[in-house]
Design a protein around this ligand. Structure first.
Ligand SMILES: [Zn+2]
Length: 509
């Protein structure tokens, strides 16, 4: 008999279909029973988010798999969404398991080790990720709408706290203590007679502190002086937003501009090192091939060219100097690499056919499951009538036995109802996902070129789950997304068939 470990975790409490660990366990056990697997141990992750990769129970599970690799055949999860919430996590974990000779099974989704399974698994994992992205997307849309009306939807900056919800006041109001001190700071710097540090010392002496009562650091002070929100503007470059706020500014436009000139003249240029700078989409995603440090981007203050470079000062690159490369050059070779990923168009159609096929099988399997569960529900109901009959009308059951049996019947019914609700849940419509999947497969390069930063970063991670390495001239060997791996192997097979003479398309099964 094959042996399995169960991995259960509570998902995000905001998620709609949030099942208790008990229900998850019941369903995983039922799955193991159907599949003829023995449950060896159950790992329960309680109250932790999948976003922290270092989940303790998960680590324990991986350790157990490694220590007892001869005994363990499978890890069973309730659903792939319980296992990992994004594609790269999913790939990492799955690869770790595969390396130990352990397969991953989902109690509610068909996955197996065949090529078809791998393809579907990739699609399912991406679908889960898209669902997550959509939720974030909706939040962002809401924020953009608030922003366009001049309302600041985030936490207010120092001196401009948020107004109470539903108060009808502007989105930000003045902190009566700090707002005048911040105005004073701007005025001091605007004179051009004090250095920034001197101005900071003065307002600190007046009592200006952070929200938690700590002294303000020089970096924080620069951020305050650079923040146009104090002049009444809402500016979010990455979202293309620049609107007048609905709140009272702390300083006038003129003083704000003068402060910017003073700071500029002292060489305190605006930082181009924001973590997510759209000018450097490959930042951190690409690592130095020589020392493995993530590469960063830089835009010289006066120069026209932008560079990616190795952040490690001690790195010598190929022996002469650190890797540093024009952004255009690296992005061009990145696009070459991505364009090379795209399989032949016929294979993309084949992929679509395979996914449709698997999907329809899944639909049929789910319909069959629904029928089975509905029948089971009927059985339980008539069994209950039988119990009532035996106890009340025929007096064949004593009160205690009756209560016991009724209780068991009801708890069985609850489980079956839960399973039925799950089996009735809409399977994501394959036809709505395929066009996107096909677009990614057919032309990932142009999709990357025409996307905004967050989509670019997501696509990069999807195509190359482990990131890339760059040696100054080119990228090294990259781990491709499993979908491309699979299509690549189909392509190789097909080439073999073609060279052997006679053309025969590879069979999807
Ligand atoms: Zn380096």
């Amino acid at each position: 008999m094959r042996r399995a470990l169960l991995y259960l975790r509570v998902s995000d409490p905001r998620q709609v279909h949030n099942l208790s660990l008990e229900t998850q366990e019941q369903m995983c056990r039922a799955y193991c029973e159907r599949e003829g697997m023995e449950v060896v141990e159950v790992f329960r992750e309680e109250g932790e988010s999948a976003k922290t990769r270092y989940r303790t129970e998960l680590n324990r599970l991986l350790e157990t798999c490694s220590e007892r690799r001869d005994e363990i055949d499978a890890v069973v999860v309730y659903s792939l969404s319980r296992f990992a919430r994004n594609q790269s996590d999913h790939q990492l974990l799955r690869r770790a398991l595969r390396g130990l000779g352990v397969v991953l099974r989902s109690a509610t989704e068909p996955i197996d080790e065949s090529e078809t399974g791998a393809l579907l698994e990739g699609v399912l994992a991406s679908v889960h990720q898209f669902e997550n992205d959509l939720r974030t997307r909706r939040t962002i849309d809401g924020m953009k709408k608030a922003l366009s009306m001049g309302r600041w939807p985030f936490k207010g900056p120092l001196g401009l706290p948020n107004s109470p919800k539903g108060s009808g006041l502007p989105s930000l109001i003045h902190d009566m203590d700090r707002a005048p001190m911040i105005r004073n700071a701007f005025e001091l710097v605007a004179t051009g007679e004090l250095t920034k540090v001197e101005a900071l010392r003065q307002v600190t002496a007046l009592g200006l502190t952070t929200a938690t009562g700590k002294p303000i650091s020089p970096q924080h002070f620069t951020k305050i002086l650079r923040n146009r929100i104090y002049a009444g503007w809402i500016v979010l470059e990455e979202w293309g937003v620049e609107v007048r706020g609905d709140f009272e500014p702390i300083v006038g436009e003129e003083i704000f501009q003068r402060v910017q000139e003073v700071l500029d003249s002292r060489g305190l240029k605006k930082s181009h090192h924001a973590l997510d700078n759209p000018l450097f989409p490959l930042r951190r995603f690409v690592r130095c091939a020589w020392c493995d440090t993530p590469m960063t981007g830089n835009a010289p203050n006066s120069g026209r060219h932008r560079y990616y470079f190795c952040r490690n000062r001690a790195c010598q690159g190929d022996g002469k100097k650190r890797v540093s490369v024009r952004t255009e050059k690296m992005e061009r070779s990145f696009l070459d690499l991505v364009e090379n990923l795209a399989p032949r168009p016929e294979l993309v159609s084949l992929f679509a056919e395979i996914v449709r096929d698997v999907w329809s099988k899944r639909h049929r399997a789910q319909a069959a499951r629904r029928d089975r569960l509905a029948r089971r529900l009927d059985e339980l109901r008539s069994a209950r009538n039988g119990l009532v009959d035996a106890h009340v009308h025929k007096g064949q059951l004593d009160a205690e036995t009756f209560r016991e049996q009724m209780e068991r019947n009801r708890s069985d019914e609850a489980v079956v109802k839960r399973q039925l609700a799950d089996a009735t849940q809409e399977v994501p419509d394959v036809e709505s996902i395929l066009p996107f999947a096909e677009r990614v497969l057919r032309d990932p390069g142009s999709l990357w070129e025409h996307s905004e930063l967050p989509q670019r970063q997501r696509l990069q991670r999807y195509l190359f789950p482990e990131g890339l390495r760059y040696d100054g001239e080119s990228f090294g060997i990259a781990v491709r997304s499993p979908v491309f791996e699979t299509l690549g192997s189909l392509e190789a097979e097909r080439e073999e068939v073609v060279t052997l003479g006679g053309f025969e398309p590879p069979s999807p099964g």
